[in-house]
Design a protein around this ligand. Structure first.
Ligand code: C2E
Ligand code: CA
Ligand code: CA
Length: 924
């Protein structure tokens, strides 16, 4: 016991493992998903960043290529423009020299020459720098600029084109506003002798050299610049804005960019270490030196704009990577939670399973957990035993460890296992099954009956196996007991009531006949009463064997109870066949039964009913067979007869009366009335007769003559007699208790009551229990009774007399007894039958007869009671004849006990004072 508890407690601890412990035990599981996801994130980000890096390089390279080619294109543009200016100045010089001072530039302008907006000034200057002719006033030029041109061309005798950056004349600003920069193209003019003769000037707006920009899209922060020999910025443009360049410096005095990086003729770089822009923009810068002119075309494209597509791609990549990262993290979280939950559930179900197994370990029930093994198509191929308890393994005759992991198919060749697999499949399909199975011989469990209980849980079956062999055995016993008579082993009434309706239904379908033989053993009650119940039982067993012996195997003998049997002939060909069986039974009962050395002759009364002739229902057929049997009994026993409807009324009434008598005894419907007997001389109450009455619930008071004969013929009289004795003694005890002085009470005892042989015992017991003096009881026995049952009556009467009870002969004169016979019985008195009393005063014979009886009785020392005294005359005659006592309506009718008490108190019951009669003298 202690050990069991210890084991259970241990297991409870296993089941109730704390959550903290559980988490500790499942650390790997907790970390697995996050670690996996982090690794995936790392790979993802590395790949993304590497990819972006590569794309950035490509974008940068493309940008550099782009600025390089743009700067080349710009260079081409500038070159073409400068070449045009070269040609234009040359042409103008030629025209000037040919015109010999007559060329008027203002007139030419008016005619549309040199009128394009880029031309700021076109002029011819003389040796002193005064304008000879010009398209615009020279006030636009600074004086030092003019002298600069003159000086340079005067000193050098080269006729080559000179290009110089000029500044706006602040005194007279031109259209384009302050800061407007001009690029001056000049050529030396010579006279015929080749001496310096002035300068030809064409001034162009510097912004003109940036117009290339408009034909190409450089973006918002793109720039172009025309850089001179000494790094001066001739024309600079950023986006749509032309930078106001004064000399090499912008408005703020800082160069827009430092041109020192232009060491080679062409190239492309990213701004940063080698070049920086004053507007802080990073640019890709490309440059191209012009062939034949000391200029370099520079183009810069803003990094931010060039890399814009890359940046967009980059933010998409990063966005995607971020999203994927978030998804992975979320997945890791969910996966961790789910797998933990799964593990927890598994842990719990494991715990529950252990607990259940442990719990069932204590019982004798087998418990298994069986897992279905499925093929690829999902069909169940096999089952594996995953867990079981020791009793479960015990059913297979092995230890638990040996059973775990066993596959059922491996034993499918054994006949029982095939069924088992089939059962399990069905349970997997339905989810539940419970069955009680009778196992075939040689089953592995060595059991007769088992109860399987299969419950599906997911892919598993929880199986409980119970050995119910004992319960089934018990059930069978109970069923047998319910249907079988314990004494003879024959089927009983209960069985018959189940069987007959079915047999009748079968007979109805097959249209065959069926016979019921109702058998009552004659004189069995006497054997039972005289020999005792044990002997009676032996006789019943012997009788049942004899009945069985005369039947065919298909026929049935049923013991209804007591000494009543029913034989069912199913089917029966005709009534002659039923009669044959009845005769065979009669022959079988011809043979006496032996009890020890005693022989007992015991016949059988048989009533036969036939289906369908005598009824279609069980009850009707049984009843009719019973009535036929009863008719046999009444007619004298020991033979058989078929049911006849004519029998029905009379016999049925009698039979029913008998049955209601049984009920009346059970329900105590009997009572006793008392009729006084008085001393014929004094009229004093000297005794009384107890007379039974039946207070029937429907029919009211039933007089004894209507039921005593039936009680006698049915044997119920013994029981009824006992009831009367008991009631009388009880009443006397009451009277006695109430202080009433008692007079003797006479009780009628039927001859049949002696059959059972215990009247004296019943009397003795009642007298003792109620403390009644035996001398206060008298017993009345009819004369005929004494004749009938001679042998037994003698013994019992003397036994009764030995108690101190007086004996009276009842209804004297109706039988054929002789006085000598009466002497033999040692009777104390006799009662003259009412028939003789009635004759008194009517006929002489009556009086003669009464007188004769009186003298004989007196001679034998017996007292005489005259019954049925109804008239004064009868009374007077009886007194005259010296009759001892009288009883009759003239004195009192039989009355209930309370009225009797009043009569007892009155004592003198003869209505009138006794007349003084003359001394008796015979009339004859
Ligand atoms: P019985 O023993 O001869 O009883 C006397 C019957 O005569 C009673 O009928 C009684 O009421 C009736 N009687 C008495 N005086 C007169 C009278 O002046 N005129 C007429 N016409 N009748 C009178 P009861 O009570 O109907 O009983 C009938 C019979 O039933 C009895 O005849 C007796 O044989 C039997 N009996 C009554 N009680 C018992 C009993 O407890 N046990 C047994 N075995 N038999 C009983
Ligand atoms: Ca009587
Ligand atoms: Ca009588």
């Amino acid at each position: 016991m202690f050990l069991r508890q210890f084991v259970n407690n241990n297991n409870a601890a296993v089941v109730e493992m704390s959550r903290a412990d559980f988490l500790k035990a499942n650390l790997r599981l907790i970390l697995a998903w996050p670690v996996l996801c982090l690794a995936l994130c790392a790979v993802l980000w590395t790949a993304t960043l590497l990819q972006l890096e590569a794309e950035k390089k490509v974008a940068q390279q493309q940008a550099l290529d782009s600025v390089a080619s743009q700067s080349k294109a710009y260079g081409q543009y500038l070159l073409r423009t400068l070449e045009q200016m070269d040609q234009l100045t040359l042409q103008l010089k030629y025209e000037w020299e040919n015109a010999r001072g007559k060329l008027r530039l203002d007139q030419l302008k008016a005619q549309g020459m040199y009128a394009l907006p880029q031309f700021s000034i076109v002029a011819i200057l003389d040796r002193r720098g005064h304008a000879v002719t010009a398209t615009a006033p020279l006030t636009r030029l600074r004086t030092n600029e003019r002298s600069d041109f003159l000086l340079r061309h005067w000193r050098s005798n080269s006729s080559a084109l000179r290009i110089a950056l000029g500044r706006t004349n602040e005194a007279a600003p031109v259209a384009g506003g302050a800061g407007e920069t001009l690029v001056h193209f000049t050529r030396r003019l010579e006279d015929e002798d080749g001496n310096f003769d002035g300068v030809l000037l064409i001034s162009i707006h510097s912004s003109y050299f940036s117009q290339f920009y408009d034909s190409v899209n450089f973006g918002t922060f793109g720039m172009s610049a025309m850089v001179g020999e000494e790094g001066e910025l001739f024309s600079t443009r950023v986006g749509s804005r032309v930078l106001p360049v004064a000399g090499v410096h912008d408005g703020q005095g800082t160069p827009f960019f430092d041109t020192s990086f232009l060491e080679t003729d062409s190239g492309a770089i990213e701004s940063g270490s080698r070049v920086a822009f004053s507007d802080k923009q990073n640019r890709y810068v490309g440059w191209q030196a012009l062939k034949g002119y000391p200029f370099t075309a520079v183009v810069g494209l803003a990094c931010s704009e060039m890399l814009h597509p890359y940046q967009e791609t980059r933010s998409i990549y990063i966005g995607i990577a971020l999203a994927v990262t978030l998804l992975l993290l979320a997945f890791a979280a969910i996966a961790t939670v789910l797998s933990l939950r799964l593990a927890w559930r598994h842990h719990q179900s494991e715990g529950v399973r252990n607990a259940y197994r442990m719990a069932t370990e204590g019982t004798s029930d087998g418990f298994f957990i069986i897992s279905a093994l499925r093929g690829e198509d999902g069909a169940i191929l096999d089952f594996e035993i995953v867990d079981c308890n020791e009793p479960g393994a015990g059913y297979f005759g092995v230890r638990r460890e040996q059973l775990l992991g066993m596959r059922l198919q491996s034993r499918a060749h054994e006949p029982y296992f095939r069924d088992l697999i089939h059962h399990y499949r069905a349970a997997m399909a339905s989810g539940f099954s419970e069955e009680e199975i009778e196992l075939p011989d040689g089953n592995p469990f060595k059991l007769r009956w088992i109860r399987w209980r299969l419950v599906r849980s997911g892919e598993r079956l929880a199986v409980t196996l119970q050995d119910i062999s004992a319960a089934k055995e018990h059930e069978r016993d109970l069923r047998r007991l319910a249907n079988e008579d314990g004494l003879t082993g024959l089927p009983n009434r209960y069985w018959l009531q189940q069987f007959l309706p079915e047999a009748l239904a079968r007979a109805a379908i097959a249209q065959h006949m069926l016979a019921l033989l109702f058998i009552d053993l004659d004189g069995f009650k006497d054997i039972n009463d005289t020999q005792g119940h044990a002997e009676g039982d032996k006789v019943l067993r012997a009788a049942s064997l004899r009945l069985k012996a005369v039947l065919r195997p298909g026929d049935h003998v049923v013991r209804l109870g007591g000494d009543e049997f029913v034989v069912v002939l199913d089917p029966v060909e005709d009534d002659s066949r039923a009669e044959q069986v009845a005769q065979r039974i009669a022959i079988a009962f011809d043979e006496p039964f032996y009890l020890g050395s005693e022989r007992h002759k015991m016949g059988a009364s048989i009533g036969i009913s036939l289906y369908p002739r005598d009824g279609a229902e069980t009850d009707v057929l049984l009843k009719n067979a019973d009535i036929a049997m009863y008719a046999v009994k009444v007619a004298g026993k020991g033979h058989h007869r078929f049911f006849q409807p004519e029998l029905f009324e009379t016999i049925r009434n009698r039979r029913e009366l008998e049955q209601s008598l049984v009920a009346a005894l059970e329900q105590d419907q009997f009572l006793v009335v008392y009729q006084p007997r008085v001393d014929a001389m004094s009229g004093q109450l000297c005794s009384m007769e107890a007379l039974v009455r039946w207070r029937h619930p429907q029919h009211g008071m039933v007089p004894p003559l209507e039921f005593i004969p039936v009680a006698e013929s049915s044997g119920l009289i013994s029981q009824l007699g006992e009831v009367v004795i008991e009631k009388v003694c009880l009443q006397m005890a009451h009277w006695q208790g109430a202080g009433q002085e008692l007079v003797p009470v006479s009780i009628n005892v039927s001859a049949r009551q002696f059959g059972r042989g215990d009247v004296h015992q019943v009397l003795a017991s009642a007298l003792a229990r109620h403390r009644i003096d035996a001398r206060l009881i008298e017993v009345e026995i009819t004369e005929s009774a004494m004749m009938d049952e001679q042998n037994r009556a003698v013994e019992q009467l003397s036994a009764i007399r030995a108690l101190g009870v007086r004996l009276l002969v009842d209804d004297f004169g109706t039988g054929y007894s002789s006085l000598s016979q009466l002497q033999k019985f040692a009777m104390d008195g006799l009662k003259i039958d009412r028939a003789f009393t009635m004759e008194l005063g009517r006929s002489e014979q009556g009086e003669v007869f009464v007188r004769a009886i009186l003298s004989m009785a007196h001679a034998l020392g017996m007292s005489v009671v005259a019954e049925g005294v109804e008239t004064r005359e009868q009374l007077d005659i009886l007194r005259a004849l010296q009759c001892n006592e009288v009883q009759g309506y003239f004195i009192s009718r039989p009355v209930p006990a309370d009225q009797m008490l009043a009569l007892m108190r009155k004592r003198f019951l003869i209505p009138l004072p006794a007349p003084v009669l003359p001394p008796y003298s015979p009339r004859s």
